[in-house]
Design a binder for this molecule. Structure first.
Ligand code: FES
Ligand code: FES
Length: 153
């Protein structure tokens, strides 16, 4: 099926099989490999992107369902090379170790801060409960999101 998807402000158009997942469309057809695949059970959140501004695990959505939508991936957060405040906060607060979960964590955090601009620590922990990190113990990730919130207020 021919689909047309806005990705980070550009129009992408590809012929995909109906069973193609959005995450595979982004990584293999569009060539944006910042979005990661960390599980096959919809549980890790490494594949999180924004679809029409909403946080979505892109392994739970078919590419054809994104036909006509606007998708933002981690590559779209810093189009001019200047880090988004959430990326900057993850950097400054050491909110990552191996980095595998980071793109998904950052995208989920961007979405969270859109909905709750001044979250409490509990809000952040609840907001990111769908994103797993095997390295950090979460403390610095939570601190990073709180710092990003302060930077945006
Ligand atoms: S790869 Fe999508 S939730 Fe794990
Ligand atoms: S930094 Fe390694 S999985 Fe989160």
């Amino acid at each position: 099926m021919q689909i047309r998807v806005g990705v980070n402000g550009a129009t992408t158009e590809h012929d995909v099989e109906p069973r193609t997942l959005l995450v595979h469309y982004l990584r293999e057809d569009v060539g944006l490999t910042g979005t990661k695949v960390g599980c096959d059970t919809s549980s890790c959140g490494a594949c999180t992107v924004l679809v029409d501004g909403e946080s979505v695990k892109s392994c739970t959505m078919l590419a054809v369902q994104a036909d006509g939508a606007e998708v933002t991936t981690i590559e779209g957060l810093a189009p001019e090379g200047e880090m988004h405040r959430v990326q900057q906060a993850f950097h400054e607060q050491h909110g990552l170790q191996c980095g595998f979960c980071t793109a998904g964590m950052v995208m989920a955090s961007v979405s969270l801060l859109e909905e709750v601009p001044n979250p409490t620590e509990r809000d952040v922990r609840l907001g990111l409960e769908g994103n797993l990190c095997r390295c950090t113990g979460y403390h610095n990730i939570v601190q990073a999101v709180l710092a990003a919130a302060r930077a945006g207020s």
